[in-house]
Write a protein that binds this ligand. Structure first.
Ligand code: ADP
Ligand code: MG
Length: 633
């Protein structure tokens, strides 16, 4: 049934695409014009009708005040975050914006938020898919850059909702690209995803374990891509025209646009042929013609290509890896069609990159694969589980302006954790919950995500109320915080939708600062992770005991498992992570045969080759075990 289709969408800075699973392989759904790529451009025409994609592009020059492009750069960001962008892009912001308010962009007489503009692009993709399937399409998986923060992800989800799409999952672009190449089937290894698009460069290092992708490092340059190459070529053409034809067309928008079109065509031709011809008609019956060899092209564009090297090296360093440790290299983005770019990437990682799929389609194809997995797709893909991690720790402010972390940085998501707090003052009826993001000890050094009050707590002596604070990060990385006073049942909650995001620099700084605390962080994390793992295996075991395989074990085996189960339960809450680990390992060993029997019984094919704690038979990542606070226990 057409309405059951879940499509995969690459919502790109320059171009967007929609794809679906055609039997075994993902395929891009073309638009009415037969083209796969929908330029991420939105315009208002003379009749105030909204145009999207190729039809909108001509308005870029004709009525720029009624046209918006590169809106992805503003998604989930605030006025403070985008000052740098404004130097690069002619975004026209609403005049009456208040600090902290969601951005609005002027288009014609009206203003629109970035999610509203992105929603227009999504709507076009939805229409293309509906035309293709001949029925409604309401569910989608949308990709986002791996470095997108909460606010940017939330804004992307909002765009989906505005477009009438139920966004089942946001997937990281590099993860999607790897899925498109079926790298998950390799089970283990390190994947480098090199993405050079129209205006952005991203390098991501992914760790693949048991078919699960984890982003271990990202880097890049938010202002580097094919546009830079175009601009270099345009500059040369303008110089030529001034020198040879004694004509200055720099201020002639129409002429510059023609030159742009011609150089892009030449650039694309040069990716597959040794030379290309520029031929542009100019005002006054003038004509600019020039032959460009690939050699000359490579020389001119070399600085752009070279600028991708340092971020790659930094990402490797952050991941603690040498180039030789990269097992797979995936190319993403239209600009990686340039042979010289491929060469550089190959030299850098010492691996021949994957190039079988179109680099500007591969992310959408991977989104379709993920959509298929979520839709219950095929037998093989059904068992796959995709993981991401939170880039920064999340917590709340406690007495003394101290940060109390609730979910630690690099926790796999979805994740949840609960901690208990109480009041500071006798008779306190309002409790302020201040949600923070960051690695630092003091609240003022972290980023404030949201504040809300838990009201109506019955007056009690300080220390009496028992306030449960629950953090939940869903599979899309969006945070939900709730607080509940357990004695009275009073409750308050907030979905953290910060109106703006962090600048790249801020994230970088926050991480840099956190390195000073890395050692301490690490120890604490060991304890938490060990506890969580213990939780998972104990839960998985509880389920296993209900399986018929349990009865197939000998009574000795069952007794041994139950002894180890109790032993693990006894150390689980302690701070000695080595003891917890030992308990986990012992239980793992003892349950190996149970896992095998369960596997044989075909009840849980997902157990294949794994011990129970890896199967996700328990609630898996959701089973986050909170750091226990001593006050009430
Ligand atoms: P984004 O991810 O930023 O939305 P894409 O992956 O679609 O962008 O890449 C768009 C860029 O790729 C543009 O700069 C375009 O000119 C460039 N491009 C597309 N095809 C080729 C090609 N054959 N050779 C060189 N550059 C190309
Ligand atoms: Mg892209």
């Amino acid at each position: 049934m057409a309405s059951d289709y879940i499509v995969g969408i690459d919502l790109g800075t320059t171009n967007s695409l929609v794809a679906h699973m055609q039997r075994e392989f993902p395929a891009v759904i073309p638009g009415e014009d037969g083209l796969n790529l929908v330029p991420s451009v939105v315009a208002l025409d003379e009749k105030n009708q909204i145009l999207v994609g190729n039809p909108a592009r001509k308005y870029l020059i004709e009525t720029p005040e009624r046209t918006v492009y590169s809106i992805k750069r503003l998604m989930g960001r605030g006025v403070e975050d985008i000052q740098e962008e404004l130097k690069f892009f002619p975004f026209r912001l609403a005049d009456d914006l208040q600090p902290g308010e969601v951005l609005r962009i002027k288009m014609g007489e009206r203003t629109y938020t970035p999610p509203e503009i992105s929603a227009q692009v999504l709507r076009q993709l939805k229409r293309n898919a509906e035309r293709f399937f001949g029925g409604p399409v309401t569910k989608a998986v949308i990709t986002v850059p791996a470095y997108f923060n909460d606010a940017q992800r939330q804004a992307t989800k909002d765009a989906g909702r505005i477009a009438g799409l139920d966004v089942l999952r946001l997937v990281n672009e590099p993860t999607a690209a790897s899925l498109a190449y079926g790298l998950d089937k390799k089970k283990n290894g390190i994947v480098a995803v090199y993405d050079l698009g129209g205006g952005t460069f991203d390098i991501s290092i992914l760790k693949l374990h048991d078919g699960i992708f984890e982003v271990i490092a990202t880097n890049g340059d938010t202002h580097l891509g094919g546009d830079d190459i175009d601009n270099l070529l345009i500059a040369i053409a303008l110089d030529d025209i001034q020198g040879d034809l004694k004509l200055d067309v720099r201020r002639n928008g129409e002429a510059v646009q023609r030159i742009r079109k011609a150089v892009i065509e030449a650039k694309i031709a040069l990716s597959s042929q040794p030379s290309a011809r520029l031929d542009v008609e100019l005002p006054g019956a003038n004509r600019y013609q020039r032959e460009i060899t690939r050699e000359a092209f490579e020389q001119v564009t070399d600085p752009v290509v070279q600028r991708t090297i340092a971020p790659c090296k930094q990402a490797l360093k952050d991941a603690g890896l040498k180039p030789g440790q990269i097992d797979e290299v995936v190319l993403v983005g239209g600009s990686t069609r340039i042979p010289k770019v491929r060469q550089i990437v190959q030299d850098l990682f010492g691996r021949v990159p994957h190039t079988d799929l179109n680099p500007d389609e591969v992310v959408a194809l991977g989104a379709a694969v993920q959509a298929n997995i979520l839709g219950g797709g095929s037998e093989i893909t059904k068992e796959m589980l995709l993981l991401d991690v939170t880039p920064l720790s999340l917590g709340i402010e406690v007495a003394g302006g101290v940060t109390d972390k609730i979910i630690l940085r690099n926790s796999t998501i979805p994740a949840s954790a609960t901690q208990y707090y109480t009041t500071q003052v006798d008779g306190q009826t309002n409790v302020a919950i201040h949600v923070l993001q960051g690695e630092r000890e003091l609240a003022r050094d972290c980023r404030s995500l949201a504040r809300f009050d838990l009201k109506g707590v019955p007056p009690m002596p300080a220390g009496m109320p028992r306030i449960e604070v629950k953090f939940l990060i869903d599979a899309n990385g969006i945070l939900q915080v709730s607080a509940r006073e357990q004695r009275s049942g009073q409750e308050a909650q907030i979905a953290v939708q910060p109106s703006y995001g962090l600048t790249d620099e801020q994230v970088e700084n926050m991480l840099l600062e956190s390195f000073d605390y890395a050692e301490e962080d690490f120890r604490q994390r060991q304890v938490i992770e060990a506890r969580r793992e213990a939780d998972t295996i104990l839960m998985a075991l509880a389920k296993g005991k209900k399986n018929e395989a349990w009865r197939d074990l000998t009574s000795d085996e069952r007794r041994r498992i139950e002894t180890l189960e109790r032993a693990l339960g006894a150390v689980q809450e302690g701070d000695d992570y080595q003891a917890i680990r030992k308990g986990i390992d012992a239980l793992n060993q003892a349950t190996m045969r149970l896992a095998e029997l369960m596997m044989d019984s075909a009840v849980t094919t997902a157990l294949k080759g794994k011990t129970m704690d890896e199967t996700g038979l328990g609630e898996g990542p959701q089973a986050g075990h909170p750091v226990a606070k001593a006050e009430f226990e």
